[in-house]
Design a protein around this ligand. Structure first.
Ligand code: KG4
Ligand code: ZN
Length: 338
């Protein structure tokens, strides 16, 4: 079965072709980062308009790259939610129309399911069950994954998502958007021993997170120390260390609590190299293993939607007559494909 996957939930237009026997045949991505950078965050209306401009050229591009003609396509998967409603509607409308025009089945995919199955696109895929740490701009979750569609949320954030905390802190420190890569780069020049930020929620039992206090802590520290490149680097380092340490402590707890010793990192923040190194250290001590997608599949992309969609279509799942966009949609509402 050869399918097209379409991602348009936020500020990246992603399209991919996945074949159940040959794997990923082609993928293309257009990032709107520069478009939104001057506003310091994603402007929903601009995002929708840019998806409209880019989606058809990207579709042509991946079909050419995959040496696939339209009549070789057996199904279409598109991101149904969660995300920005206008942006989601672009992918859903194009995906659904294409399925109708080609006379093939379609399926709406949960964006976070795409992220958490993304490490399975790699050569050495993790096996079920695993614990997934989903860390993106909109989510911070620990999920027990027993199979496709079998998701139990073990812990969630009470306020900001990790990526959001990176973005907001970077904005306060005037580092630009998106904040994650900017903080990671600056943190490399920071002194690890100069400042220590609090590790939120680690002294309480449970697997909940809270990151909103860290940005205020960063701002207060910056105002106290004054503006200098070294101060900014040291603050970035202390902020990042606090986030990574907190995530590592909660992941270790989830492994110990469930007895599941396979950990998957997914979502935009899993592109952070220091996070990967910190988790590697933790799993070695726990005699567990950690998996993550290649860098370009950590952030939003069409390949993960094509992959999750192909598993569902292969299992016989079919979208209905119309199409839906669900801006808010819990992972736990998903069920295993029939
Ligand atoms: O998964 P994603 O592309 O979009 C959402 O679904 O949210 O994640 C984007 C988030 C942004 O908040 C961005 O700052 C963060 O991932 N991010 C990073 C890094 N690269 C992207 N955070 C920390 N370190 C990075 N290297
Ligand atoms: Zn995402």
């Amino acid at each position: 079965m050869r399918i097209i996957g379409i991602e348009t939930s936020c500020d990246e237009t992603g399209v991919a072709v996945y074949d159940s026997k040959q794997g990923l045949l082609a993928h293309a991505l257009y990032s709107q980062v520069e478009l939104h950078a001057e506003y310091g965050g994603v402007v929903p209306e601009l995002a929708s308009r840019d998806h409209v401009r880019k989606i058809l050229p990207l579709l042509e591009e991946v079909l050419t790259q995959a040496k696939t003609s339209r009549d070789e396509i057996d199904g279409i998967a598109y991101t149904e939610g969660p995300g920005l409603v206008g942006a989601l509607l672009v992918g859903a409308a194009v995906g659904r129309s294409l399925a109708w025009a080609l006379g093939v089945p379609h399926v709406g995919v949960h964006h976070m399911e795409g992220h958490l199955l993304a490490p399975m696109l790699e050569d050495n895929p993790p096996e079920f069950p695993f614990i997934a740490l989903l860390v993106s701009g909109g989510h911070t979750m620990l999920v027990k994954v027993s199979g496709v569609g079998q998701y139990e949320i073990l812990g969630d954030t009470l306020d900001d998502a990790v990526g959001e905390a990176f973005d907001k802190t970077a904005k306060l420190l005037d580092l630009g958007y998106p904040g994650g890569p900017a903080i990671e780069k600056l943190a490399e020049q920071g002194d690890p021993d100069r400042l220590t930020f609090p590790r939120p929620m680690v002294n309480r039992p449970g697997l909940e997170f809270s990151f909103s206090g860290l940005k205020t802590f960063a701002l207060n520290t910056w105002q106290e120390l004054g503006d200098s490149p070294q101060n900014k680097a040291d603050i970035s380092r202390a902020f990042q260390d606090a986030v990574l340490e907190t995530l590592a402590i909660k992941c270790k707890r989830a492994i110990q609590q469930t007895g599941v010793n396979t950990l998957v990192l997914a979502g935009g923040v899993s592109a952070n190299k220091a996070l990967r190194a910190r988790m590697q250290k933790m799993v070695e001590k726990e005699k567990a293993e950690v998996f993550y997608p290649r860098m370009e599949f950590c952030t939003d992309n069409g390949a993960m939607i094509a992959f999750a969609g192909h598993l569902r279509l292969l299992a016989g799942e079919r979208g209905g007559e119309g199409f839906k966009a669900q801006p808010r949609w819990s992972l736990e509402e998903l069920v295993a494909p029939i």
